[in-house]
Design a protein around this ligand. Sequence first.
Ligand code: ZN
Length: 406
Amino acid sequence: MVVPVSAVNGGARPAAGRTADDLRRDNLALLMGLVHHSGGLSRAELTRRTGLNRSTVGACLADLAALGLVVEGQPEASPRKGRPSPVFQPSPDTVAVTVNPEVDALTIGLVGLGGRVLERWRIEISAGLTAGDVVTRSAAAIRALLAGRSLAVAGVAIAVPGQVRQRDGQVRDAVHLGWREEPLAARLAEATGLPTRAANAASLGMTGESAFGAGRGVDDLVYFIGGASGIGGGVISGGRVVRGASGYGGELGHFMVRGGGRTCPCGARGCLEIEVTQHELLDAVGLAAHRADRLDEALAATRDAAVLDVVRRDLDLLGIAVRNAVNVFNPRLVVLGGFLAALYRNRPDDAVLAGDAIRSSRESLTIATAELGADQLTIGTAELAFSDLLTDPAGHTPTRTGPTAP
Ligand SMILES: [Zn+2]
């Protein structure tokens, strides 16, 4: 956790080069982040966790309440006598909109502060989806989603299965969708009038698991997620997302796992995502492409030797990628999401994923499956849409919708 300057000096004096207003904004962001990520805390707990003094916390909470971002909820039942302490919770009316184009569906979500998924609409896609289609269909779905609701919309975020320039949400390459150099975020912002960002989908899934799921409180983790479009991933090292020089780092789906293997859409051969695919597993157990949600139970129920062979081969190949990641990044936790979680949960008794990683690198390692299930991408994408508000709660004005909107 980042400890602000104010936590060291008790909020009394700004550090050199920082104005009192900078300090107040830092404190608002710190408290807003804690309320958002915890779902609600008492003033005493917020004071303890931030190290700020009680009156600073009180003043900041009053500011966040006046901004409509925090509400005073039911007091916690206290085991001790005395006045129960009210709990400060994220406002239920402040929301983010999420958009996730995939090869087989377009998913639109509405997520409240605190990572509460309020709606998730899946629109099945039969033919190839152009970036223009995504803009038109998303804008219509967002209008329908927000119609008649009184909400404060912090923003929209798009999770793209491809490489996205962080600065302006330009999709550089999304090979599975056949897109190249599409100004997707700018076009959707224009169509909806809402501030819009875009980022790599796997990286956003990792953000969701890191903020609200299996990766909570873990500063060193490696994340793999498998879906219809392939395998993505991400790395958090020392509490920071590893992005690289231009922001495209963390493409763990393109770890080479088989020399002279199949040709990947990226142009290389033997990448993890072309060697280990969701559709092959679905085919093996006899499920249709859109029933990936039933893969876990189908694998658990099967005794078919041919299916078990596919599972074992896929785990061997995934194990090579996990081994490489463990040797390079020395994570405390490896999180597996999507069909990779189903694969890992149904591993044979003798399958060990990182068994041949260097001993010292794996001795403090845990391998876990993602906890947020189908919500991880939606929740993580909402984190991106909320990011300006969380960074500077007083400087970001959400867009009002509904009957009371102008
Ligand atoms: Zn590749």
